[in-house]
Design a protein around this ligand. Structure first.
Ligand code: FAD
Length: 383
């Protein structure tokens, strides 16, 4: 395909959108990225909290293809094993491999996004912030983006939907082509908390580990950030049993719950009461689609195509693999339609397999309560 004759309009400047912009711009494509939020390099990353993700070899391989691994890894924290905190007994580190060649990495989502956006821009991709996709006319091939009081009508050759699990582009495609969309929601949700740096500015607990407090139907995990904090994630049922987000609602209830179930975390999370009340409960689900593209006019990648539960730590890693695969197929095929079809044929079975593994691990975690630590370890090790 003659790249000079082709332009790609990416909807969503998150993790997948920014990485794909790099890969395509490097290959000579004319790339526009439209992102609903403001520029995180100017306004700070949305939410302001440090949220991190486990980056595994699959994702790292994709970053290498884009030449982004150096800048990303400069901010990564190595996790050489799981550090299990039982309710009774001594906590301890269990290495993932024999040495530090077999590790995973903790990456700050906001920093990662900013690094990728910077590199995309340096390769000539045009970034349009505060431009949320509002509607698409697939006949005249015009996309309408709206922001704070403005509207932009953008003619396009092809749209790539990298706009996440709630994808607007997916909704627009579905108006002209049934996608067979189905979402299975989990009855567990999550809430993020934070362990700040110690008084001397260092980490409060072992830095190079993924910490786990397994408690059967619920658990906490903590991943390190390079500013010596940890992002703690509490996974727990939404309702119908105790503990759940229904029965642990207030600061007092959270304090009592943590005192009873995670006593060693209380001195580590000084803002537990405020954070618990302030931070939202996230929902988790698996998105299934029968098809990912509308001939050569639009294609979906990442969470927009195959959102999954996080029990394999795979969503971002899988989205990054999509980016490499799509860029390769765009290079290798004579038409956009063929490229999108080949991309879907390659990636859809892989994504569905990973979704299924993530889901099975969740079910096992729920039923085999004593194995929770082992199963969570598996999700991240296998990523
Ligand atoms: P997103 O990161 O959601 O980006 C979508 C972008 O599109 C956003 O910037 C958004 O603002 C923008 N957007 C949305 N709507 C519009 C619109 N209408 N117009 C324009 N722009 C729009 N994955 C891992 O690999 N490892 C992990 O350890 C891990 N842990 C996780 C833990 C939790 C609790 C959760 C919920 C997920 C986790 N994931 C993990 C999954 C990972 O977060 C996602 O798979 C990844 O963010 C998908 O990237 P994406 O670019 O497809 O979507």
């Amino acid at each position: 395909m003659n790249a000079d004759a082709r332009g790609i309009t990416i909807v969503g400047g998150g993790l997948a959108g920014a990485l794909l912009a790099i890969l395509l711009a490097q290959r000579g494509w004319s790339v526009d990225v439209y992102e609903r939020r403001g520029d995180p390099r100017v306004h700070g990353y949305a939410g302001g909290r440090s949220i991190n993700l486990a980056l595994a070899e699959r994702g790292l391989h994709a970053l290498r293809q884009a030449g982004a691994d150096g800048a990303v890894m400069a901010q990564a924290v190595m996790m050489r094993g799981r550090y299990v905190h039982p309710l009774q007994g001594e906590p301890g580190l269990q290495r993932y491999g024999r040495d530090d060649s077999e590790v995973i990495w903790s990456i700050n989502r906001g920093e990662l996004n900013i690094v990728l956006l910077d590199i995309a821009e340096s390769h000539g991709a045009r970034l349009h912030f505060e431009h949320g996709l509002a509607s698409v006319d697939f006949v005249d091939k015009v996309a309408v983006f709206k922001g704070d009081g403005h509207e932009t009508r953008k003619p396009f050759q092809a749209l790539v939907g990298a706009d996440g699990a709630g994808s607007s582009l997916r909704g627009e495609i579905a108006r002209v082509l049934p996608l067979g969309e189905r979402t299975e929601w989990l009855d567990h949700g999550y809430k993020e908390l934070e362990i700040p740096p110690a008084n001397d500015g260092g980490f409060r607990i072992e830095a190079n580990a993924l910490h786990i407090w397994p408690r059967g139907h619920y658990m906490c995990i903590a991943l390190p950030n390079d500013e010596c904090t940890f992002t703690v994630t509490l996974f727990m049922p939404h309702a119908g049993e105790h503990p759940s987000f229904e029965t642990v609602r207030t600061a007092d209830e959270a304090q009592a719950f943590f005192m009873h179930d995670f006593p060693d975390t209380l001195p580590l999370i000084p803002d537990l009461r405020d954070d618990y009340e302030a931070n939202p409960v996230g929902t988790l689900g698996t998105l299934y689609l029968d098809r990912w593209h509308l001939d050569g006019r639009a294609v979906l990648i990442g969470d927009a195509a195959h959102a999954m539960v996080p029990f394999h730590g795979q969503g971002m890693n899988c989205a990054f693999e999509d980016c490499v695969a799509l860029a390769d197929h765009l290079d290798a095929n004579a038409s956009l339609s063929d490229a999108f079809a080949a991309f879907e044929a390659q990636r859809k079975p892989d994504a569905e397999a990973i979704q299924q593994m993530a889901l099975e691990n969740y079910i096992e975690m729920r039923d085999k309560v004593d194995d929770a630590a082992f199963l969570l370890q598996r999700q991240l090790e296998l990523a």
